[in-house]
Design a protein around this ligand. Structure first.
Ligand code: NAD
Length: 332
């Protein structure tokens, strides 16, 4: 019989690709999502969809009652827009921190004792060195990163007290889409680099704005580590197998271990799309570290993770396939 996995936040950008990957690999999938930033159309068949909020304990009890075979929960339901978290921290602590507490409480009631959790590079803040290792200092510089670090700590104590095992995966820059463009990134407030560059390629905006070119990097623009969401999804499946084998709770970075600057990504997007993509340089945004690159050797060694998308050209190509087929996201 197929193992049943719950994806909380499965209608979101990364969650919808997680659901797709689980179905491909033969799992039975249950999705819980309140559609606050997700899309019902992004959830592929035959996943079973329950619309509701993970902070609502009664709703979650109903779902676990109807789905008594849930083996592991994949937690992707969170708010994740950094500037919004700075402007409205209580919204972030409420949804993210209260959300994971409510979910863990109901998991405990129903004896579900494994969780794989979407964490983030934002837990580190300004890194003390590059590439970043899991044990490096964690000093978040925004409420979003702080909320994720709090959630990791909560899971650590919950494991110790009740034996609910967790793997926290700290993603760096998640990007790309389903290779045939069936699902992809469709955020109302898009803050991510690649979709914003591709919006200019589609003619939906005139100019791409580079936020500062005087950073301490080779070409002056920020350097980040880009990882394809289907490689992220694979890492979650490996993390579930790691927990099934009885291994202890742990935390892993997920990145490609190679940094690319904003200008390098822009150049690559011009090649992929064949469009000019006009760009200018505008002021720095608050709180952007020079360089954020993961050391993800621990995930490779311990989980056996091997990212398939190992170059930015292919990653941008999958994003372009989605955005050029669906210029208005899930509205067409
Ligand atoms: P997203 O906003 O597209 O997806 C989040 C999903 O969770 C949405 O479908 C939303 O409707 C749902 N959701 C939010 N709060 C909920 C609640 N209380 N109850 C039920 N559903 C709720 O975001 P994403 O980019 O797919 O990110 C998914 C996860 O990965 C998040 O936890 C995010 O913090 C983490 N992450 C993302 C990135 C990235 O680069 N996109 C990097 C690191 C970590």
């Amino acid at each position: 019989t197929k193992k049943t996995i719950m994806v909380a936040g499965g209608a979101g950008y990364i969650g919808s690709h997680m659901v797709y990957d689980l179905i491909q690999q033969g799992y039975d999938v249950v999705v819980v999502d309140n559609l606050s930033t997700g899309h019902r159309q992004a959830v592929m068949e035959p996943a079973r969809f329950y619309e509701g909020d993970t902070r609502d304990r009664d709703f979650m009890r109903q779902v676990f009652t109807q789905e008594p075979n849930v083996d592991t929960v994949i937690h992707m339901d969170a708010f994740s827009i950094v500037p919004e978290s700075v402007a409205d921290p209580l919204k972030y602590f409420d949804n993210n921190v209260i959300g994971v507490i409510a979910l863990l409480e109901v998991m405990k009631e129903f004896n579900v004792n494994k969780i794989v959790f979407s964490s983030t590079a934002a837990t580190y803040g300004n890194p003390e060195k590059t590439p970043i290792e899991e044990a490096d200092r964690k000093d978040p510089i925004n409420p979003y990163g702080e909320s994720k670090l709090m959630m990791e700590k909560i899971m650590r104590w919950v494991d110790q007290a009740y034996g609910i095992k967790f793997v926290a995966l700290r993603y760096f820059n998640a990007c790309g889409a389903h290779p045939e463009g069936l699902i992809g990134e469709a955020h109302t407030h898009e803050t991510h680099l690649i979709p914003n560059i591709l919006r200019v390629a589609l003619g939906q905006s005139d100019t791409f704005h580079i936020f500062g070119d005087d950073y301490n990097t080779p070409d002056g623009t920020n350097v980040r580590d880009y990882v394809h969401i289907l490689d992220l999804a694979d890492a979650h499946i490996l993390a579930m197998k790691y927990l099934d084998a009885g291994n202890p709770s742990d935390v892993f970075n997920l990145g490609s271990s190679t940094g690319f600057s904003v200008k390098q990504i822009l150049e690559e997007a011009r090649k992929v799309t064949g469009k000019e993509i006009p760009a200018d340089v505008s002021a720095r945004r608050a709180g952007d570290p020079d360089i954020l690159v993961a050391d993800s050797s621990k995930a490779r060694e311990v989980l056996g993770w091997k990212p398939k998308y190992d170059n930015v050209h292919d990653i941008i190509q999958t994003a372009w396939t989605w955005h050029s087929k669906h210029p208005n996201g899930y509205q067409d």
